[in-house]
Design a protein around this ligand. Structure first.
Ligand code: AMP
Ligand code: GLY
Length: 421
């Protein structure tokens, strides 16, 4: 079987590594992939948003199955375009991807179907947003409606910050058209949990839970990033909470999308906050999270491609989804300066055993692997306990070297506190 994976980061490398375990797979292409995954996939020089070219390529190569991983192509309808030429895909169609593509859509969906989430107001013009902020409870959270490279959320600790956030989105358009409509939302508190799930529109099968570390610096300080590391499972996510989430959030969301005529098939990501009033949805993503995928997939003890096909074909209930009874920790190694400006082009040296080292931003030049992005790679290791997984991951980090490398030293420490309680 010939497989096409659309996307090019650490998440895609983790997906490709897992799909490769299927004996029927003869070749995997990545559009565009990156130099760090050249041993695992054939790199194709087509951007993930260039849907027309992706479709042409899939037709020419007679691709048997495609996985569309990033949010942009999903929201733009890449799955619809590939399915239209007869290429079966893992991933939601455009109508369903709106669950991530529009925050206003997802908030209204949750309100309509009684799914627990933060209180909110929608604003389509700056004047009414600013008027509302005169008396709104502070802190508050301002969210751009559309996709914004994961940066469209501003937490305002003061009224002035809230006003600045609204102006920067609606007047200065820092997120382009994505911020021309906004959501102003109640500030919630509690541990965060990421739950990725497989769904075929009939059932939802949650994957092992995980915890992201979004801030750039130790102690959850510094700027928000795409994610500096993850652990799985997330110890805050107990069996009781999992059951409550299944009943009040996961199944109701699947049913809500069905009722709206927007059946979701693929990976539905629930970003949850465990508040003192119960679990609430912070955000939905229409795809695998990154770097969550880099800890979740190494713990999967079943065949990923079989599960993906079942999601697409609507027979997920017939397929086994098993998890290893282990813990995983992923430490992201970034370029110094990320998420702001940073230098690229430093040679990366990797250990002999590259298993579960997922490369996010690298390029091959003159036969050398060079850094080519803010987040360069994720080092994942497993262990019987969380403590062991963390220690194994940091040991492995020592075997990876490049100039200006930067990583957090405290991935998983907060999760360990939950276990000690
Ligand atoms: P996102 O960019 O959508 O992943 O959101 C970034 C982060 O903002 C989330 O992981 C939360 O930590 C935080 N966040 C989003 N919404 C809220 C909220 N209503 N209350 C508190 N924190 C929030
Ligand atoms: N790690 C968060 C995300 O993928 O959106």
């Amino acid at each position: 079987m010939k497989i096409l994976v659309v996307g090019g980061g650490g998440r895609e490398h983790a997906i490709i590594s897992k799909i490769k375990e299927n004996k029927d797979v003869t070749e995997i292409f990545a559009c565009p992939g990156n130099g760090g995954m050249a041993n695992d996939a054939t790199l194709v020089d087509i951007g993930a948003k260039d849907i027309e070219k992706i479709v042409d390529f899939a037709k020419t190569e007679k691709i048997d199955f495609a996985v569309v991983a990033p949010d942009d192509p999903l929201v733009l309808g890449c799955v619809d375009a590939l399915e239209a030429i007869g290429v079966p895909c893992f991933g939601p169609n455009k109508a369903a991807a709106i669950i991530e593509g529009s925050k206003i859509f997802s908030k209204n969906l949750m309100k309509k179907y009684g799914i627990p989430t933060a209180q909110y107001e929608v604003f389509e013009d700056e004047e009414s947003a600013l008027k509302y902020l005169e008396t709104a409870p502070i802190p508050t959270v301002i969210k751009a409606d559309g996709l914004a490279l994961g940066k469209g959320v501003i937490i305002a600790e003061t009224r002035e910050q809230a006003i600045d956030a609204v102006k920067s989105m609606m007047e200065e358009k820092i997120f382009g058209e994505s911020g021309s409509k906004i959501v102003v939302e109640e500030f919630l508190e509690g541990p965060e949990v990421s739950v990725l799930s497989f769904t075929d529109g009939n059932i939802v099968v949650p994957m092992i839970s995980s915890q992201d570390h979004k801030r750039a610096l130790d102690g959850d300080k510094g700027l928000n990033t795409g994610g500096m590391g993850t652990v799985a499972p997330n110890p805050y996510y107990t069996d009781d909470i999992a059951k409550e989430c299944m009943d009040k959030i996961f199944i109701p969301t699947m049913n809500a999308m069905n009722s709206e005529g927007r059946t979701f098939k693929g990976c539905l990501y629930f970003g949850l906050m465990l508040t003192k009033n119960g679990p609430k949805v912070i955000e939905y993503n229409c795809r695998f999270g990154d770097p969550e995928t880099q800890v979740v997939l190494p713990l999967l003890d079943s065949d990923l491609l079989t599960i993906m096909k079942a999601c697409r074909n609507g027979n997920l209930s017939e397929v086994e989804v098993k998890w290893k009874n282990e813990n995983a920790c992923c430490v992201v190694m970034a370029s110094k300066g990320y998420p702001q400006s940073y230098e690229k082009g430093y040679e990366i040296s990797l250990p002999e055993d590259r298993k579960n080292i997922f490369i996010a931003g690298a390029v091959i030049k003159d036969g050398k692997l060079l850094t080519n992005g803010g987040r360069v790679l994720g080092v994942t290791r497993t262990g019987e306990t969380l403590e062991e997984a963390i220690s194994n991951a940091y040991e492995a980090v020592k075997t990876v070297n490049f100039d200006n490398a930067f990583y957090r030293k405290d991935i998983g420490q907060r999760a360990l506190l939950a276990i000690e309680k």
